[in-house]
Design a protein around this ligand. Structure first.
Ligand code: PGA
Length: 244
């Protein structure tokens, strides 16, 4: 729930250059619902695409305050974040509603970015793997592998979101590999290998290179540091040392 119309327009304008230069990198911005129409228009003709921060599971109907997948598509939105920890924490999101939102997104061809991650308590009580397994199984239950070919997973340890505490590159790598293995065992190696797994939680210009140099970190879901042109441009243009 950041930025006003002028701020959002200025941000995407300022990011176009970095996105154009970063060939091989997909840049997506996810403004609040109220700014989606304007931002989807503003990114037309650029290498930036637009995501919603949520999507409802029903095609239409009496769901006051929600937004249907087809109406997002109609605005020119290409992707949707699903199951962000703030939705889980503050708005009653469950693995079942994540699953249903995912189904709705896939049905209209919105690129789904499904978030999973453990809280600090869960990490400290050695429950990280159990939590990730439960969230993944709940979200991905019953789909056919072919349905999930567009799926993007974001690993977002709740203790790292907006706290300035980033998971170490090794912690991120360990969790990403675990997620990839889970998807391989639920579906197939081919799906798991082709699937992009993003890391989120205090990603910044000064830690992106190290995170992206991990073999199973395929991208980032960036909150606070995405709000400034310079910092986000540096993240889009991350550099992985040649040795990796
Ligand atoms: P942060 O947020 O980058 O500010 O930690 C991440 C997120 O909200 O997904």
């Amino acid at each position: 729930m950041n930025l006003d119309l002028n701020g959002a327009n200025a941000l995407v304008e300022g990011l176009k250059d970095a996105a154009a230069k970063a060939t091989g990198v997909e840049t997506i911005v996810a403004p609040p619902f109220t700014l989606l129409a304007a931002v989807a228009e503003a990114v037309k003709g650029s290498r930036i695409r637009c995501a919603a921060q949520n999507v409802h599971w029903a095609e239409s109907g009496a769901f006051t305050g929600e937004c249907a997948a087809a109406s997002l598509k109609e605005l020119g939105v290409d992707a949707a974040i699903i199951g962000h920890s703030e939705r889980r924490q503050f708005f009653g999101e469950t693995d079942k509603t994540v699953h249903d939102r995912l189904a709705a997104a896939l049905k209209v061809g919105l690129l789904p970015i499904v978030c999973v991650g453990e809280s600090l308590d869960e990490r400290e009580s050695q429950q990280t793997w159990r939590v990730l397994e439960t969230q993944l199984k709940g979200a991905l239950d019953g789909f056919a592998p072919v349905d999930l070919s567009m799926l993007v997973i974001a690993y977002e340890p709740v203790w790292a979101i907006g706290t300035g505490k980033t998971a170490s590159p090794a912690q991120a790598q360990e969790a990403h590999l675990f997620i990839r293995k889970q998807v391989a065992s639920l579906y197939s190696d081919a799906l798991a290998q082709g699937m992009r797994i993003l890391y989120g939680g205090s990603v910044k210009a000064d830690n992106i290179d190290e995170l992206m140099s991990q073999p199973d970190v395929d991208g980032a879901l960036v909150g606070g540091a995405s709000l400034k042109v310079d910092g986000f441009s540096r993240i889009i243009g991350f550099k992985v040392p040649a040795a990796n």
